[in-house]
Design a protein around this ligand. Structure first.
Ligand code: SF4
Length: 51
């Protein structure tokens, strides 16, 4: 079963209308090289590629 990933980063090459991420997989990291996050604001998608 494919996991649905919603995203609002419209200038990513994996973004499609309806806030759909169409990448085969995504890699989410903690900000600033950290491997822990205290809140959602401290996570980010590393798979992003500008289109
Ligand atoms: S790869 Fe990351 S930034 Fe790009 S559409 Fe998917 S979730 Fe968003």
């Amino acid at each position: 079963m494919r996991l649905e990933v919603k995203c609002n980063v419209e200038n990513c090459k994996y973004w499609e209308k309806g806030d759909q991420c169409v990448a085969d997989s995504i890699y989410v990291v903690g900000l600033n090289g950290r491997e822990e996050a205290a809140s959602v604001d401290e996570t980010a998608c590393k798979t992003f590629e500008e289109c």
